[in-house]
Design a protein around this ligand. Structure first.
Ligand SMILES: *[C@@H]1O[C@H](CO)[C@@H](O)[C@H](O)[C@H]1NC(C)=O
Ligand SMILES: *[C@@H]1O[C@H](CO)[C@@H](O)[C@H](O)[C@H]1NC(C)=O
Ligand SMILES: *[C@@H]1O[C@H](CO)[C@@H](O)[C@H](O)[C@H]1NC(C)=O
Ligand SMILES: *[C@@H]1O[C@H](CO)[C@@H](O)[C@H](O)[C@H]1NC(C)=O
Length: 733
């Protein structure tokens, strides 16, 4: 049986379905025909395409290619082809017939040298001639690593282009670069061989049925969505891809990419665009969709390092060391988990958080896009709470359920208290029998649930789109570069950030939960000490450092610990500093400690810069922004340094330091502040700056480039214009 098939294949002989066609011949060349992707999805997708198109008037040949020599390559390829299966709606008889034809139309080629490509081209030409076929076009599917792209592209351009009048479509698989620059280089290179309309860059997420249905759903339900698809009604959007698997066996790839490049830059960003873009008047027009997508990139607010929380499952580092033969002390910062907050500057979406999350070694495998609506209703009757899922008081959400998870199939869910959606008959069906499932806090019966009539692999969907030349399911060069332009600053800003370690699976518990505060994301829980990298172990509790400052001990502690100490002191004088390190403490104080005795607290400044108090460089301004405006300290208890007197800054005759010293002397018994917080600037300087030498002169720290001078409290006033060394005008009180 096999021998007969191979023989027929080799000669492309006796092909009944070829000659009588009139709509033209399509040659599909699959490069990497024996690779994993081809085995798992691509051949099946091509077979499905053939099944659908076999009586469409087109004729096909399938040319599998790889570097492997002819005989072993052919054997491997046909091993895969023999296992091809038909969808359940195809009868076994028809399946057997079509499959037999498909095998006869498939051939293996070794494609290594320029001659091999010329020979392939000659063979296609000969076949067309012998059978008297018009050529419709050629598809070249690159299922090969990106370093091989350029050479293959060169060969195709120089010897495998179809005659004028027939199309060429080349299909490219990610990664398309690892940052903006590399993506641009690859794009420039490819552009010398192919025209933009010839390139189909795959993001297989766009072939997932639930993702592919976002735009049609928005279009068909305009009448319900128009009033609510905006910042006034949408509370937030979550775009999620969780995996249970880890990166074991793939670390050589993963170590270079990490979760941001592997999932967020492409799959999740694409889903975001479908959700957030302005809907074109004609959603069948690929051109309009692509244009609107591109416009959406322009409205994305730039990401900062605080827009992301990052994690790494604990076994990752040792897997990397083992697989990549790295030394025992090799440290990897590659994130395997990320949460990123994206916001848009558009009238429609301003202020609505889009949260993108993905990770390996998590508790479940699931993907979804969830739109959660604000709830404005107040329900008076108890009864409406009992049926919260259907009453106006219940949660309102629309979920595009991409797959896996508890539902274990693609689906579209719409809360019943929203509207009954219009779904295309024939391709989506309502799921009426509700198993005892709860999704997103609600029994499935609280939703209208639809699933595809026929579940399809993303690759089958995409291969069909390639055949039909539907470019909107693919990533254009402009789209790709815009995406990298958006992600690259974040990627660069986190290269040195140690991700939070997590144990993996259910054991992660709440370790990776995070929250939004304004435009920032942060983990909800402190990182447990035992999980910290051994090298960067931080002090775990309140400690006395072996040093004294003006006869008092210097201490160091985590914010929580400090707050406990501070809060227990009752009425007291607190001197706070600038720098970046106190900000964490300020935020904690501001957000979580309503019980803090603010009414009995005086606030002083340890140091100040020689700028107006409203200047962003001002320490007081920082204190104000991060703490004062969130708490209720009596106005008269706030004591900024008088740097600005007589409408001028830090002029000695104005005697600012003396004034401040007097104020302290008047209000603080023995001029002894109860607690002095010394901050650390990002350059490592601290405000414990002025050291008085035995001769009575004081010196400001040398670790900072900002000039400064001493105040009578023994702190420094930073000046932009003066020299560095300084002398106190008189000894501290
Ligand atoms: C590919 O090209 C090389 C060198 O031109 C040749 O030796 C080899 O036989 C070719 N392979 C096939 C399968 O034609
Ligand atoms: C692509 O092919 C055309 C036509 O054969 C040729 O003129 C051109 O130089 C090729 N491009 C590259 C970059 O090789
Ligand atoms: C929408 O776009 C498709 C594809 O370009 C086109 O065939 C169709 O005519 C357009 N419909 C309208 C109403 O313009
Ligand atoms: C102020 O200092 C004096 C002398 O050093 C001391 O006796 C007194 O207890 C101090 N008062 C306070 C409130 O610390």
């Amino acid at each position: 049986m096999l021998r007969a098939v191979l023989c027929a294949v080799f000669l492309f002989g006796a092909l009944p379905s070829l000659a009588r066609e009139s709509r033209g011949h399509v040659s599909v060349v699959l490069l990497g025909a024996t690779g994993d992707l081809a085995k798992k999805y691509l051949w099946q997708g091509l077979f499905q395409l053939y099944l659908e198109q076999v009586s469409s008037g087109h004729s096909f040949t399938f040319h599998g290619a790889a570097l492997t020599a002819h005989e072993p390559g052919q054997r491997q390829m046909f091993e895969v082809l023999k296992k091809l299966a038909c969808p359940s709606d195809v009868s076994p008889d028809r399946c057997a017939v079509v499959k037999d034809q498909f095998l006869k139309l498939s051939r293996y080629y070794q494609l290594k040298t320029a001659e091999n490509y010329t020979a392939l081209n000659r063979e296609i030409e000969t076949l067309l001639q012998q059978e008297g076929l018009e050529e419709a076009g050629r598809i070249f599917y690159f299922s090969v690593p990106p370093f091989a792209y350029a050479e293959i592209a060169r060969h195709i351009n120089s010897s495998c282009r179809p005659r004028p009048g027939a199309w060429l479509r080349v299909v490219l698989e990610k990664p398309f670069g690892h940052d903006h620059k590399s993506a641009q280089q690859l794009a420039i290179e490819l552009r010398t061989f192919f025209r933009e309309e010839e390139m189909y860059r795959v993001d297989h997420y766009l072939g997932k049925q639930a993702v592919a249905h976002i735009l049609p759903f928005r279009d068909q339900n305009r009448r319900f969505l128009d009033p609510i698809w905006n910042r006034h009604h949408v509370e937030r959007v979550e775009i999620v891809l969780k995996e249970t698997l880890d990166a074991k066996g793939r670390t050589s790839f993963y170590e270079q990419y990490g979760v941001l490049r592997d999932v967020l830059q492409n799959h999740l960003t694409e889903a975001l665009l479908y959700l957030a873009m302005e809907l074109p008047a004609n959603v069948s027009s690929a051109e309009e969709i692509l244009r609107h997508k591109l416009q959406t990139f322009k409205s994305l607010q730039g990401l900062e390092s605080t827009s992301a929380v990052l994690g790494q499952y604990q076994a990752y580092a040792s897997q990397v060391r083992e697989e990549l033969q790295k030394p025992q002390d090799y440290v990897t910062m590659t994130p395997t988990f990320a949460g990123v907050l994206i916001q848009l500057d558009s009238l429609r979406w301003e202020g609505v958080p889009f949260i993108l999350t993905s990770g390996k070694a998590l508790d479940e495998r699931v993907g979804y896009v969830r739109v959660l609506f604000k709830n404005r209703a107040y329900c008076t009757q108890r009864e409406s709470w009992r049926e919260a899922g259907r009453s106006q008081c219940g949660t309102k959400q629309i979920v595009f359920y991409i797959g896996h998870g508890e539902l274990n199939s693609p689906a579209v869910l719409v809360s019943r208290n929203l509207f009954k959606p219009v779904m295309p008959e024939g391709s989506w069906k309502e799921v009426a029998d509700h198993p005892q499932l709860h999704l997103f806090g609600h029994p499935l019966s609280d939703y209208y649930v639809y699933s595809p009539v026929q579940e399809r692999e993303a690759y089958s969907v995409l291969i069909s789109s390639i055949f039909h030349g539907r470019k909107d399911s693919f990533i254009t060069t402009e789209n790709l570069l815009a995406s990298w332009e958006f992600w690259t600053p974040l990627l660069e800003s986190v290269t040195q950030r140690a991700p939070r370690l997590y144990p993996g699976g259910l054991e992660n518990q709440h370790l990776l939960d995070f929250e939004m505060t304004g435009r920032e994301l942060s983990f909800l829980l402190e990182e447990p000490v035992e999980l910290l990298h051994a090298k960067t172990q931080a002090p775990s509790d309140y400690k006395t450092i072996q040093a004294k400052f003006r006869q008092s001990p210097l201490v160091s502690a985590w914010p929580e610990e400090l707050i406990v100490r501070l809060a227990s002191s009752g009425e007291f004088h607190l001197a706070l500093s600038g720098g970046s390190s106190p900000i964490v403490l300020f935020q904690r104080l501001a957000m979580h400690h309503y019980g803090f005795p603010w009414r009995h607290t005086h606030l002083w400044l340890v140091d100040e810069r020689c700028v107006p108090l409203t200047d962003t460089e001002s320490n007081f301004r920082s204190l104000h922004d991060h703490l004062l405006r969130h708490v209720q300290v009596p106005y008269l208890h706030i004591h900024p340094m008088p740097v600005h007197l007589n409408r001028r800054l830090c002029v000695e005759e104005d005697r600012g330091p003396e004034l401040y010293a007097k104020e302290i002397a008047a209000l603080v018994s023995n001029a002894s502040l109860d607690f002095v917080l010394l901050g650390l600037g990002s350059d490592g300087h601290t405000a414990a700056a002025c050291t008085t030498t035995s001769s009575g002169t004081s010196k400001c720290p040398t670790s900072t480039s900002t000039p400064c001078r001493c105040t009578s409290t023994g702190a420094c006033v930073w000046r932009r214009t003066e020299g560095r060394s300084c002398t106190p005008r008189r000894s501290p009180p």
